[in-house]
Design a protein around this ligand. Structure first.
Ligand code: G6P
Length: 487
């Protein structure tokens, strides 16, 4: 086995999503942290194909027109092919809305209240087989085709919780290919997996163990994975080498904190669209701007964040009319019932807080429920405090993007349960996601911190983000892939 120039990237959501407006095809950037990171990665690949699911109706049309994939000019790389995989709609629905989100996502972010869920019924068992496993098999077929096109000599880089069964399937058909999987979300302790029936959880672990290297954001997640192999599958695990042996093969668990492309992001922060939004924001801002930018995902802990803000306003009446909490929330996974209900809870608490504390033309919370990257970046530049209070979050790239381009000596208020806290926690104000009073007090501390201290903390964060950039994230993985291949 050797590392070749041919890289096959696999992720559920791709770098672009097609639509149709007034009879014309439109192209949008895909959503979420994974796409942000992989877009940086793709600029470093010389010859590659990015395999991803056709998500919109227009994606399906594009997949039919170009079954081998195409190079979208928006990505700016002539030699990066994007290959959209059209799926059976019922299978895709079960895969995404029953198994991947919520089941796997909820387990991995500790979102279940075990008194009430999950309830595994025939519906879930069937969705696992005819949705999750079927989609994984279909993607495996495409990957095997691409490996064969490369003469069997390729490195496959798989991404995230959508494809835990895929590696073992590819391994079965292409025993010598190099398989690397990066898990972008937390990996919980072995007991968290016990909510799944043994055949299901064993299949997920064994599927993932088809890889040569499995990457996580933190050492803790990597260790949890190996402990799961030991306790649930009774496999021999070496926690000092961070390896597990299965069917005579060594599988390595590694950690690489994901990041951003600082130069590209700085350039975007100076684009005319962002500057326009920033001017507008600067003109209407009050003394203090508290900001959050998130998908409307329960793991982001948005409701508790507003509860903390309610307490802050109660405890500090001097802030009245002098502060705005700008919440830029991108609607996410609205076809999953838990996510739709969460948006309703967000709207209710925003109305309550605004009614309780608002005066005249002052709305204590300004809520935007839409995807507006230019506005988000403009707000990154203008915030005084950024709130990231996620219950659990694999990394959280908003923390890295926003502190990099902030122009007001802004302070990060960062949950201790984010991967980002491992790198930036020393320079942030730490938030305890379930302690609402602590969050209110910490936000107050951040708002009233002397400017020199704020500047020192921000400079330190920026240095970390610049040093540990997405190029380093990729290099570390490629180095481990080469090592694994050489062995
Ligand atoms: C997270 C996950 C990604 C996912 C993204 C957006 O960042 O790690 O895999 O793509 O959220 O979620 P969505 O379900 O809209 O793709």
């Amino acid at each position: 086995m050797s590392l070749t120039e041919r890289i096959i990237l696999v992720s559920n959501r791709g770098p672009v999503q097609y639509g149709r407006e007034n009879g014309e095809r439109t192209t949008n950037r895909g959503a979420g942290g994974l796409v942000t990171a992989l877009s940086g990665l793709s600029s470093q690949l010389q010859d590659g194909v990015w395999v991803c699911a056709a998500m919109s109706d227009e994606d399906v049309v594009v997949a039919r027109e170009s079954p081998e994939g195409l190079c979208p000019p928006e990505l700016g790389h002539d030699d990066l092919r994007v290959r959209l995989v059209a799926l059976d709609p019922a299978a895709q629905d079960d895969f995404y809305t029953v198994i991947a989100n919520p089941l796997l996502w909820f387990i991995q972010h500790h979102l279940y209240d075990l008194k009430t869920g999950p309830n595994i019924t025939r519906r879930e068992i069937e969705a696992f087989e005819s949705g999750y496993a079927a989609v994984n098999r279909r993607f495996a077929e495409v990957v095997v085709e691409e490996v064969n096109k490369a003469g069997g000599d390729a490195t496959v880089m798989l991404h995230d919780y959508h494809f835990y069964l895929l590696p073992a399937e590819v391994r079965r058909q292409c025993p010598d290919v190099v398989l690397h999987h990066f898990v972008h979300i937390p990996w919980p302790d072995p007991d968290a997996w016990r909510v799944l029936p043994p055949p299901m959880r064993d299949a997920l672990f064994r599927g993932l163990l088809g890889n040569d290297v499995i990457g996580f954001h933190t050492e803790g997640y990597a260790r949890n994975f190996l402990l799961g192999c030991q306790e649930l599958l009774h496999l021999p695990v070496d926690l000092s080498a961070m390896e597990v042996v299965i069917d005579g093969r060594v599988v390595r668990a590694r950690w690489y904190p994901i990041s951003i492309d600082p130069e590209a992001f700085e350039a975007m922060a100076e684009s005319p669209e962002v500057l326009d939004q920033e001017r507008e924001l600067a003109a209407r801002r009050r003394d203090h701007l508290l900001l959050r930018v998130d998908r409307t995902d329960p793991s982001k802990n948005i409701v508790r964040g507003f509860m903390a803000y309610d307490l802050l306003l109660q405890d500090h009446p001097e802030l009245a009319e002098r502060i705005t909490f700008l919440a830029l929330l991108q609607p996410s996974r609205q076809d999953v019932p838990e996510y739709a209900a969460y948006v309703e809870r967000i709207q209710t608490i925003v109305d309550d807080v605004n009614r309780k504390h608002g005066t005249g033309d002052w709305h204590p919370i300004e809520l935007h429920l839409k995807d507006d990257l230019d506005l988000a970046v403009a707000a990154y530049k203008q915030f005084d405090v950024l709130m990231v209070n996620a219950m659990f979050d694999g990394m959280n790239l908003v923390a890295k993007e926003s502190i990099l381009v902030n122009r007001r000596d802004g302070v990060l208020a960062l949950s201790e349960n984010t991967g980002a806290h491992e790198e930036l926690g020393a320079f942030a104000v730490t938030l305890h996601p379930f302690d609402i009073q602590q969050q209110a007090d910490a936000i107050h501390e951040a708002l009233t911190m002397p400017v020199e201290e704020r500047r020192g903390r921000r400079d330190a964060c920026v240095k970390v983000v610049q040093q540990n950039d997405v190029a380093k994230w990729l290099q570390m993985q490629l180095a481990d892939i080469s090592r694994a291949a050489a062995e």
